[in-house]
Design a protein around this ligand. Structure first.
Ligand code: GDG
Length: 464
């Protein structure tokens, strides 16, 4: 039987130190957690960038190689110039805003496609060199959209899957992208292309129809004489681990500490500090809530974790500045000598605090302007083994398609959002429990392992 080769921009590790004192540690969150168990269970290879500059010293590289190979990880070496163009400029600076409907965040001059292509070709070269006949390759996300086609050229018989973790935008927006057809053709090198939701697949098939005149039939299309399946695979979380961690002694103690201000109800937000996550509008809605419903003054607090992200890009600097201004203004306007309305944490928190925040939240705020799925919403639900807590969820998060018993909101409607927060805080315990029970009934069984096995099972039968 063939092996599995996972391909992603980054390997699931963090590299620290220098020279021959390089240390490799597993990283957590996102794909690393999502696919970690597949990598362990399947004995797969994982191909990606390590985070170490390709020009690092020979000792550093040797030390890295030894540690990677014992974990079945294969490095794609990238120089810092390549990372700056392929990853920061094209992937994060151009593809990310377009795929999240934020055309005005595009740079005026888009350059660097050649580097994006060259880096994608290097991934394809390295995968082709590792692959043996009968292997299955699973490529992830918007950094590597050309890899399926480039790999197909190098190894026509490989079984290739591609999963897009972010939304696929409406064609009206997607068509603003120079190289749009080239990117779509890159994805079509796969045997199976996966999306989180039916809507994203619908946008993709609409783009195919307009660009290539191809129609989908029975969940697949024919392209260059090959059948390409288009599937829907909503990603889940490691729900059993989150449920188990909720009972951990340290998490229980931290939850009690967070709830120690008696009579103060907690609203919680946990996001990367990204303009797609809707933080400014969320803060404005919180301010509106305190204005429209002054009965909540000194009785609620918003704890907002905003993990620094992509800080080299201007759009990220400016959303950070705006968020900090709003937090300052709201705390200055409403705070008293014994009460601060917003606790703002501009760094990542450890797993214990993360779980304690999920446990302590009376209301969990997940209000992105656009989000492929949003795993925070599902992690919150998985953690609530007590059956309580209200999830306020944006209709523009992929998760909203499944988590229909959340309080679904339009994150652009600040007044409506403020009113939804009020209702969430007022919700009777019976309704809270009934909704949480329905959410848990979905999140617990539909976990990340079901997602990965579902994708791989369909990929396994892709040419059947
Ligand atoms: C992309 C898509 C899609 C966050 N802060 C801390 C922390 N986190 C962890 C969360 C969660 C992960 O990071 C964030 O995942 P999301 O899904 O919410 O968002 P993206 O990073 O934008 O992920 C997204 C996803 O890919 C998967 O396909 O759902 O739509 O944008 O796991 O727990 N973890 C810790 N401390 C923090 O401060 N420990």
């Amino acid at each position: 039987m063939g092996r599995l080769i996972i391909v992603s921009n980054r390997l699931p590790i963090t590299v620290t130190g220098c020279g021959d004192a390089i240390e490799v540690a597993p990283s957590s969150g996102g794909l690393a957690t999502g696919l970690g168990s597949v990598h362990e269970d399947c004995g797969s290879l994982w191909v990606g960038w390590s985070g170490l500059d390709a020009h690092a010293s020979p000792e550093a590289r040797r030390s890295l190689q030894t540690q990677l190979s014992s974990r079945r990880l294969v490095e794609v070496p990238l120089s810092s110039e390549e990372v700056s163009v392929y990853y920061e400029h094209i992937a994060n600076g151009v593809l990310w805003p377009i795929f999240h409907d934020q055309l005005e965040k595009l740079p005026n001059l888009i350059e660097g496609w050649e580097t994006y292509d060259a880096v994608n070709a290097r991934y394809a070269d390295i995968v082709a060199a590792c692959a043996r006949p009968g292997d299955t390759v699973w490529i992830h996300d918007f950094h590597l959209m050309r890899v399926p086609a480039l790999l197909r050229e190098r190894a026509p018989d490989l079984r290739i899957g591609f999963f897009l973790h972010i939304p696929f935008p409406n064609p009206e927006i997607f068509f603003a992208l120079p190289r749009r057809q080239w990117l779509v053709e890159g994805m079509l090198g796969a045997d199976l292309v996966g999306f989180h939701t039916r809507r994203y697949r619908g946008h993709f098939t609409a783009a195919l129809r307009r660009l290539l005149g191809i129609e989908m039939q029975n969940d697949s299309i024919t392209y260059n004489g090959r059948r390409v399946r288009l599937g829907i695979f909503p990603m889940g979380v490691d729900s059993a681990s989150f449920a188990e961690r909720a009972a951990d002694r340290k998490v229980v103690a931290e939850t009690a500490r967070l709830q120690s201000d008696r009579g103060i109800r907690l609203l919680v937000g946990i996001d990367r500090l990204d303009y797609s996550k809707g933080l400014p509008k969320r803060l404005l809605a919180f301010e509106r809530l305190l204005t429209m419903h002054p009965e909540w003054l000194e009785r609620i607090r918003l704890v907002q974790v905003a993990v620094p992200s992509r800080e080299g890009l201007a759009a990220y600097k400016s959303v950070r500045r705006l968020v900090e201004e709003l937090v300052g203004r709201i705390n200055g306007r409403f705070g008293t000598h014994r009460w601060t309305p917003i606790r703002y944490i501009n760094r990542s928190v450890n797993d214990t605090i993360l779980s304690a925040l999920y446990r302590a939240a009376d209301v969990m705020l997940v209000t992105p302007l656009r989000d492929g799925m949003n795993l925070v919403a599902k992690e919150f639900v998985a953690t609530r083994t007590d059956g309580d807590g209200v999830l306020v969820l944006s209709e523009f998060a992929g998760a909203a398609d499944e988590l229909t018993r959340a309080v679904i909101v339009n994150p652009y409607d600040v007044d409506g959002l403020a009113e939804a927060l009020h209702l969430a805080l007022e919700m009777p315990v019976g309704e809270r429990r009934e909704r949480m029970q329905a959410l848990r009934a979905h999140v617990m069984p539909n976990d990340v392992s079901k997602w990965s096995h579902g994708f791989l099972a369909q990929l396994g039968s892709a040419n059947a």
